[in-house]
Ligand binder design. Structure first.
Ligand SMILES: Nc1ncnc2c1ncn2[C@@H]1O[C@H](COP(=O)(O)OP(=O)(O)O)[C@@H](O)[C@H]1O
Ligand SMILES: [Mg+2]
Length: 231
């Protein structure tokens, strides 16, 4: 579905992505992990058209995305839940959802959205700033869903969340994959990653150094952690 080939780019002369290849399939959670600073966020930003000099190939079901402006990439079917949630603190839940929505959602009308994210239903009239961290994260996900994405990118969604909320997040991500969404999850939380991922990719120095099933990851976990994940 989503395919990235030989992606290079970064910030000016600082090359961060050095030939990244990645696929995310519909109906699967693809997890991307790796030490701090290896380029995970940069890759997601690049995918969304937020880096000026990205090279390589990015396609969604064969349609070229690289070079398109961000709003066209979103419209093509990529939803982005950035690091730190980035919701509007002064706006209510419903107003947050309306921002950036061009038309009523086809796939995620209110009923279905709140069935997936039940905590948000009760909070619909509350301001973003009044929500708990977990509720803000669910709102950030909801805001991406109402644009009807075929691919959902999430950048460390479990950051700062209590274990119970991380479990809820795991349920939501599994359910989204079950509905046919291609979920691309960047995470530091290995427990969450192993609980939800179909495939686990490890990034180091701007490229993918491991790409296999979650079962294969678990089988080689000690070695992989030692080589690529611990500081
Ligand atoms: N806006 C920026 N300008 C310059 N360098 C940046 C910027 N953002 C990140 N970097 C650098 O790019 C590299 C990759 O960062 P990032 O993609 O955030 O890594 P990760 O998400 O894997 O922790 C790091 O060396 C970081 O310092
Ligand atoms: Mg990051």
């Amino acid at each position: 579905m989503l395919e990235l080939r030989d992606i290079t780019g970064g910030y000016g002369p600082a090359q961060v992505l050095c030939g990244t290849d990645l696929r995310a399939e519909a109906g699967q959670v693809t997890a991307l992990i790796g030490r701090n600073g290896v380029g995970k966020t940069t890759l997601l930003r690049g995918l969304m058209g937020l880096l000026p000099d990205l090279a390589g190939e990015i396609t969604l079901s064969g349609e070229t995305l690289l070079g398109l402006p961000t709003h066209r990439i979103a419209r093509a079917g990529i939803g982005y839940v950035p690091e730190g949630r980035q919701i509007f603190p002064e706006l209510t839940v419903m107003e947050n959802l309306a921002v950036g929505q061009r038309r009523p959602s086809r796939n995620w009308p209110e009923e279905r959205l709140f069935a997936l994210l039940p905590n948000l239903r009760e909070r619909r009239a509350n301001a973003g700033r009044a929500l708990s961290g977990g509720e803000q994260q669910m709102l950030a996900i909801a805001r991406a869903l109402v644009t009807d994405p075929r691919v959902l990118l999430l950048d460390e969604p479990s950051q700062g969340l209590a274990p119970m909320v991380v479990q809820e997040l795991a349920r939501v991500l599994r359910q989204l994959a079950g509905e046919g969404v291609a979920v691309l999850l960047v995470e530091q939380n290995l427990r969450l990653t192993e609980a939800v991922a179909d495939r686990i990719l490890i990034m180091a120095r701007g490229r993918i150094v491991h790409d296999d099933t979650a079962a294969a990851f678990r089988a080689a976990e000690d070695d992989l952690r030692h080589r690529w994940l611990t500081m």
